[in-house]
Design a protein around this ligand. Structure first.
Ligand SMILES: O=c1nc[nH]c2c1ncn2[C@H]1C[C@H](O)[C@@H](COP(=O)(O)OP(=O)(O)OP(=O)(O)O)O1
Ligand SMILES: [Mg+2]
Length: 209
């Protein structure tokens, strides 16, 4: 990929605060900071720079991540990393998917969003699958317009009622395959070792750092 070499060089030289996290979600910003800290990168969030929250008009996770990263890079003049992510429920044909944030309504109430997911699975009948996966698309946009993207995934099942107060979003109802604690119950480090975001980060780090 042309320009990749420039990106690698440039990211190593980043001074603190010279990478923008193009997200207005505090839970995500916290996780992305934790995932970047081993690399000595101290990013600054779009919110703290006063950047606006763009309308997510894309029809895929990657398209929305690109749109958020490119807007932040354009407005800040700094390399910008965006995350577009969501919960895909098999019985609901992949919903809420890219609409995961929007299912929580203007008040961003995920107790309501989780109730809605549970209700809609219930409407499919008692035999409905409770399988689900999280997707995380990361887009890294450079001020020259160059963009790189990566997509991660983690598979699991949905529990009801929700369990645990760690994490954010739909974490309390997501039980990753092979584990006994939901993302809401496990320590942040445990989630960072196996999440969709961690999977996408591994690819980003391999390609860019
Ligand atoms: O690890 C996760 N654990 C639980 N829930 C999660 C996770 N990752 C994404 N999710 C859900 C909630 C979130 O609100 C939505 C993403 O929607 P998404 O548009 O990408 O993010 P957002 O609007 O919350 O913030 P922003 O666009 O400013 O980055 O999917
Ligand atoms: Mg959003």
């Amino acid at each position: 990929m042309s320009g990749e070499g420039d990106g690698r060089q440039a990211i190593r030289k980043l001074a603190p605060g010279k990478l923008v996290i193009a997200s207005h979600n505090e839970g995500k910003v916290r996780e992305i900071k934790a995932l970047l800290s081993p690399f000595g990168i101290e990013p600054i969030s779009a919110g703290s720079l006063g950047l606006p929250e763009p309308e997510e008009t894309g029809t895929t996770f990657v398209a929305n991540a690109e749109l958020k990263a490119m807007q932040a890079a354009d407005l800040s003049g700094l390399p910008s990393l965006a995350d577009d992510s969501g919960l895909c429920v098999e019985a609901l044909n992949g919903d809420p998917g890219i609409f995961s944030a929007r299912w929580a309504g203007p008040g961003k109430d995920f107790a309501v969003a989780m109730e809605l997911v549970e209700q809609k699975i219930g409407e499919k009948g008692p035999a409905a699958s409770r399988d689900a996966h999280f997707v995380c698309a990361l887009a890294l946009a450079w001020p020259d317009g160059h963009v790189e993207w990566f997509e991660g995934r983690v598979d699991g099942t949905l529990v009801w009622p929700p369990r645990g107060a760690n994490g954010f979003g739909y974490d309390a109802m997501f039980l990753p395959n092979g584990h006994e604690q939901t993302f809401g119950e496990m320590a942040p480090e445990a989630k960072h070792a196996m999440s969709h975001r961690a999977d996408a980060f591994r690819q980003l780090v391999a390609a860019v750092f």
